[in-house]
Design a protein around this ligand. Structure first.
Ligand code: NAD
Length: 289
């Protein structure tokens, strides 16, 4: 297939490379010359504009920073410029309302479009082991599945347009709150005189077990190797966790859903970011508890 890939950053760079490995012809575009150079090294054909990248393709995949950029790029350079038969897939994490709005505009212009945000960080993007959660009608999902499978280990149909984004922000709200809860449990265990490895051995086999503890323990030297063992470098940046928590809070407000734990996690991460920690992995929140 001929696929346009727009947004070749930390995530998109590896994803586009995996589409090439899966046998696709990738026409890539990014505003950054360094990103374009990396894409060329991975076998992509690079283009000077979005319109050039989407010309004559079977599908367009985007991996961009936020909803405002996604909307303006689709409205000005994709809709009406890519072939009408092209499948449009936005893999960025954006708000549900914008995802639905852009898909609605694309649909009105005769396109099929799905939202397909991902779980898994830069390592999973490079390794082709992302999990995709897809919003769109069953026909969109059926067309998207084989393309996304080249970049991930799981491709799941979440529901209608916007459902992929809804699943993504609910998951990450749960992750943010569970990381704070895991971190504070370890800090309390420490104050109570428990050996932290012993507490891990107990809690990881008891009812407190959760992913934030057993796959991503925020305590250095305890559990599997995680960003905590590397000075909280790499991993999933605090700035990105805060972005997702803000999207979750906006979505919750929009539908009047009470989310007290998500709200508190957002407050804590916002304060943590303000204190200059935006680049640190999100498990570093343990430092302020
Ligand atoms: P990034 O900032 O590294 O990459 C974004 C890329 O988009 C950059 O290369 C930038 O130059 C490019 N870009 C911006 N505006 C553009 C435009 N108008 N036209 C073309 N290119 C443009 O960000 P990232 O970490 O790759 O994240 C991308 C998306 O994936 C975000 O929505 C993020 O929330 C989501 N996400 C990130 C992670 C992660 O661990 N990094 C995990 C899951 C989801």
């Amino acid at each position: 297939m001929k696929i346009a890939f727009i947004g070749l950053g930390n995530m998109g760079g590896g994803m586009a490379a995996n589409l090439v490995r899966a046998g696709h012809q990738v026409q890539a575009f990014d505003l950054s010359e360094a990103a374009l150079e990396r894409a060329r090294a991975h076998g992509c054909t690079t283009c000077g504009t979005v319109r050039e990248a989407v010309a004559g393709v079977d599908a367009v995949v985007t991996m961009l920073p936020n909803g405002a950029i996604v909307k303006s790029l689709f409205v000005s350079d994709v809709i009406g410029h890519a072939p009408e038969a092209a499948l449009l897939l936005d893999c960025s994490t954006i708000d549900v309302a914008t995802a639905r709005e852009v898909a609605g505009l694309a649909c009105a212009a005769g396109y099929r479009m799905g939202d397909a945000p991902v779980s898994g960080g830069i390592a999973a993007a490079n390794a082709g082991t992302l999990t995709f959660m897809v919003g769109g009608d069953p026909e969109v999902f059926a067309a998207a599945e084989p393309i996304l499978a080249g970049m991930g280990k799981a491709v799941i149909h979440a529901g209608e347009s916007g459902a992929g984004q809804a699943a993504k922000i609910c998951n990450n709200m749960l992750l943010g709150a569970s990381m704070v809860a895991t971190a504070e449990a370890f800090k309390l265990a420490e104050r109570l005189g428990l050996d932290l490895q012993t507490f891990y051995d107990i809690a990881s086999k008891a009812s407190g077990q959760c992913w934030s503890m057993t796959s991503y323990c925020p305590v250095p030297g305890v559990g599997p190797t995680t960003p905590a063992d590397n000075g909280y470098q790499g991993g999933f940046a605090t700035a990105l966790m805060l972005k997702d928590l803000k999207l979750a809070m906006a979505a919750a407000e929009g539908v009047g859903a009470p989310v007290p734990m998500g709200h508190r996690a957002e407050e804590l991460y916002a304060a943590f970011e303000t204190d200059g920690n935006s680049a640190l992995d999100f498990s570093a929140i343990i430092k302020v508890l």
